[in-house]
Design a protein around this ligand. Structure first.
Ligand SMILES: C[S@@+](CC[C@H](N)C(=O)[O-])C[C@H]1O[C@@H](n2cnc3c(N)ncnc32)[C@H](O)[C@@H]1O
Length: 323
């Protein structure tokens, strides 16, 4: 049995590889100091070191060995809350190469793509590794997350962030540098992957290789920023013919202000982050069921030049051309 940095024992502690540490704060751990105005500072604890704020210093030795969840006063009277960062806090403050998936969308991805303990998951691109942390936490040490990233400098950022969050090399993680379209067929047995998460500019380019890698009943989920990307990925899934009807959505999260009789929506809200779309892999050779409704007038008319559903009724062309 090996002793983990948090002082717990590997074989008994299900939280190992969750990124959560328990017990007293230890040297080498990251903590988050939050001042009265909500400004946050992440520091790595080192014996003998001090953290300098605009309200004086704080000795790391005053934090090491204490249970998190206390407030500490700097030498010039600034008050700071001390906690270990949560995953949702870590990913928005960690160093970035590419833009990250925000926690509200990561939560949707884990829930709606049905990521489960032990799952075999593929993601591309790894970017800064934010989503990778949520995926690894959901699959756990018995699962597998294979991340693909075509830019080496982003892969380096992802590796550093993921390793920092989990406090070591997560046993379920594999990072490949290269384009998913070329690397996925080499890296995964056909029909062996449970879930594929695409967070990249052109996910439609990866639908064919995703179809080959996915197991029957597996899920592909794409995260895209614009409506034109959303349209293209949905139409490519339809045109493939062996994916179920794509389910697109977005989430909006609004904070609330609750104080005595003043209970109202917060003034600020996260604006648009991105769209998500899921679809399930039919068993190979099985066509997806036809849509019951006819396409909206003009949907696939003369001005439309993208991929078309395999089963588009011919009259819908005529109708759109006439209208
Ligand atoms: C928005 S970032 C991903 C952010 C990441 N999900 C996170 O939460 O940190 C998109 C990444 O996809 C990579 N990428 C784009 N197309 C790719 C492809 N075909 N194969 C592998 N990586 C790709 C880009 O280099 C970029 O780093």
């Amino acid at each position: 049995m090996t002793q983990t940095p948090s002082g717990s024992v590997d074989s008994l502690d299900g939280s190992r590889w969750s990124g959560v540490h328990r017990g007293p704060l230890a040297e080498g751990e990251w903590v988050r100091l939050t001042d009265a105005k909500g400004r946050r500072h992440n520091i790595c604890l080192e014996a003998g070191k001090s953290f300098h704020t605009n309200r004086g210093g704080i000795e790391h030795d005053e934090l090491i060995g204490r249970e998190e969840g206390f407030s500490i006063t700097s030498t010039s009277g600034g008050e700071y809350l001390v906690f270990r960062p949560l995953l949702s806090e870590f990913v928005v403050s960690m160093p970035r190469g590419a833009a990250v998936v925000y926690p509200k969308d990561a939560a949707q991805i884990v829930a709606m793509a049905d990521i489960f303990p032990g799952a075999r998951v593929v993601e591309a691109g790894a970017g800064s590794g934010a989503l990778t942390c949520s995926l690894l936490r959901a699959v756990g040490p018995t699962g597998r997350v294979s991340s693909y990233e075509r830019r080496e400098e982003f892969a380096d950022v992802a590796r550093r962030n993921v390793t920092q969050f989990f406090g070591g090399d997560h046993p379920a993680w594999q990072l490949t540098i290269g384009d998913l379209v070329h690397e996925l067929p080499k890296g995964e047995e056909p029909g062996s992957v449970d879930r594929i998460v695409l967070d990249m500019l052109a996910p439609w380019e990866c639908i064919d290789v995703a179809a080959d890698a996915l197991t029957a009943g597996g899920i592909v989920i794409s995260y895209v920023a614009t409506t034109s990307q959303l349209g293209k990925v949905c139409e490519t899934l339809r045109a493939h013919g062996e994916f179920t009807e794509p389910q697109p959505w977005e989430t909006l999260v609004r904070d609330w202000h609750v104080e005595g009789l003043a209970i109202r929506p917060g003034h600020k809200m996260n604006g648009h982050t991105g769209f998500l779309v899921t679809s399930r892999r039919m068993a190979p050779g099985n066509a997806a069921p036809r849509k019951k409704r006819r396409p909206a007038p003009g949907a696939y008319g003369v001005d439309y030049s993208g991929p078309r559903p395999v089963d588009l009724p011919p009259e819908s062309f005529a109708e759109t051309l006439d209208s």
